[in-house]
Design a binder for this molecule. Sequence first.
Ligand code: GLN
Length: 456
Amino acid sequence: TEACLGAIETAGALNAFVHKTPEIALEQARAADARIAAGDAPALCGIPMGIKDLFCTKGVPSQAASRILEGFTPEYESTVTSQLFEAGAVMLGKLNMDEFAMGSSNETSCYGNAVNPWRRGNDTTALTPGGSSGGSAAAVAADLCLAATGTDTGGSIRQPAAFAGITGIKPTYGRCSRWGVVAFASSLDQAGPMTKDVRDAAIVLQAMCGHDPKDSTSADLPVPDFEALLTGDIRGKVIGIPREYRMDGMNDEIAALWDEGARMLAEAGAKITDISLPHTKYALPAYYVIAPAEASSNLARYDGVRYGHRAALSRGEGINDMYEKTRAEGFGAEVQRRVMVGTYVLSAGFYDAYYNRARKVRTLIKRDFEEAFAAGVDAILTPATPSAAFGLGEMQEADPVQMYLNDVFTVTVNLAGLPGVSVPAGLDRQGLPLGLQLIGRPWEEGDLLNTAYALE
Ligand code: GLN
């Protein structure tokens, strides 16, 4: 813990931690020492972790990297973080992220972006750590903590993991409690671990998940011992390669690593088979209707009354002015864009044309996966991202759709509620990490992690 706290101090330029909690960390570390001395050390006893700012942590500022939550200090602990602490984890502080987890580059954060510790060869251009869990990815990659929490609504664990050369798993929807996690799009949001390797992911996920009566969508299912399932034996497993993910103009290095991943799994005894997920091309548009729709509803609560920031009013201004000014000052441009898109697609005149249509498309995407699994496929192998980490400021705000295209390989998994893991696959010519994604059957995170383990 002391080594991590020291590393965080010297790595300030990465802007990974937005709120440090050294007193809490040292106190938890001392308690961990005492438990170890007493011979009662749980799985994460004394393991220093970073917590994404989207998780409510009792008595510790939790702002979802938004100005609108300035000054908000929760009176309660999210279920996931409280389970981590019960398992002995130590909290070093809160990690940077895109505002309300909306973004793919960490550039929408009210704290300014976190920075990827990786560089393109000798080029000093600062690169994005990805988003929205960019602070988590940067912190793990730079050894500022041993593991971090992330959340993934459309790829926010897997894309930053790929950009930073680490491992990240989004479990099946319902595996981790969403209680105390600031809501973005409730039917898509899931928490998950971001770690140095697959074994760590198995251990941390184990502590994070489980049934929680406080989240009605949390699944009442037993949690297997994920680490014990890491045998590396994948003989006879059927791995599907979805042809729709081989997009026109695909980066040749990513295509080559994808083939290499398939070859490694085949060598380990898996059977590789071509599959079709025909509705893939509709996933991105469906996601960018459904996620903003749910966000516009979830973010209605930030009205200047209940939480954080409230705008100053001039004489003669009333409550509507207060709402408008608070939201205009408190929400950044991307969040405002999502709220506007969301309210538009949910409005009476357009509900059927957009929101309902997107929900039907979502069902078709889910069915594509169900058919592949019913045909005997155990896991699906795809690239995690369409490119390696890009330069900060390289994607223009003037064209948000360019940024949205980053999520092309990951959003399908959230729409279908499936578990997906991103593992480091190697480096590109410039020396930047690239990730491969494995998508598994619902509730089969153990099997999925074991397949990912064979790719390591
Ligand atoms: N980049 C996607 C978005 O901006 C996904 C974000 C996430 O998974 N939280 O919506």
